[in-house]
Ligand binder design. Structure first.
Ligand code: HEC
Length: 193
């Protein structure tokens, strides 16, 4: 009832002009700005290579940690360092660390890496497949990406040093910190977002 009374007391907003139907659809940005051109379906397909958390989009393929080590030396080392730990002087961040010795909570600034901060293997594959090496994103083949993921997982102690990963075995990998991530179900957060 109170709601109704308030609604009556509020003056109705002025009705705006009716939207005018345009004669032709709006031209696409390249035409509108006379700049660039529309991407071809092939170009869009080349970039459309994301892998989601349910593994949709995962390409078939396989690679060993040993192959990954060689690929790492050729394509990643120059930024992430010889031991994949990044650090001073290296452009790329550290990719190798287990859970902080002091445990989460006591150590507020642990290095966040694939080994101690990434909860799902799918994200590691997706990230590398789409965006690394940073100078040539989306240039890695599926096999190369499996090999690089196997190498990084081996360096982080997640799979054996002689491991092979493929489209089936990668789905079995449980990241060490997966259970450290919990759903944020605190009451009230929706109201403040
Ligand atoms: C030209 C330098 C460069 C090269 C080469 C490069 N990276 Fe990176 N990489 C970066 C930078 C810079 C970041 C951080 C990007 C950011 O945080 O936005 C990064 C981030 C990453 C991350 C995410 C790290 C994290 O925890 O946030 C992974 C995984 C990774 N790179 C893997 C690789 C692999 C595998 C290769 C080789 C195929 C590679 N990178 C080659 C510069 C590079």
């Amino acid at each position: 009832m109170i709601v109704l009374m308030l609604a009556c007391a509020t003056p109705a907003p002025e009705a705006g002009p009716e939207p005018v139907a345009t004669a032709s659809p709006r031209p696409s940005p390249p035409e509108r700005y006379a700049l660039g051109r529309a991407a071809t379906p092939e170009e869009v397909a080349a970039w459309d290579r994301d892998v989601d958390s349910s593994w949709n989009g995962l390409p078939a393929g396989k690679g060993t940690a040993a192959e990954g080590k060689a690929l790492y030396a050729a394509k990643c080392l120059m930024c992430h360092g010889p031991d994949a730990k990044g650090g001073q002087g290296w452009l790329g961040p550290n990719l190798v660390a287990k859970e902080p010795v002091s445990g989460f909570g006591a150590d507020y600034h642990p290095p966040r890496t694939v080994g101690n901060y990434w909860p799902y293997a799918s994200t590691v594959f997706d990230y590398i497949y789409r965006s690394m090496p940073q100078t040539a994103p989306a240039s890695l083949s599926a096999d190369e990406t499996y090999a690089l993921v196997a190498f990084l997982f081996a360096e982080n102690g997640i799979v054996a040093a002689d491991a092979t990963l493929d489209q089936d075995s990668i789905k079995q990998v449980v990241m060490p910190v997966q259970d450290k991530f919990v759903e944020d179900d605190r009451l009230g957060t929706n109201q403040f977002r």
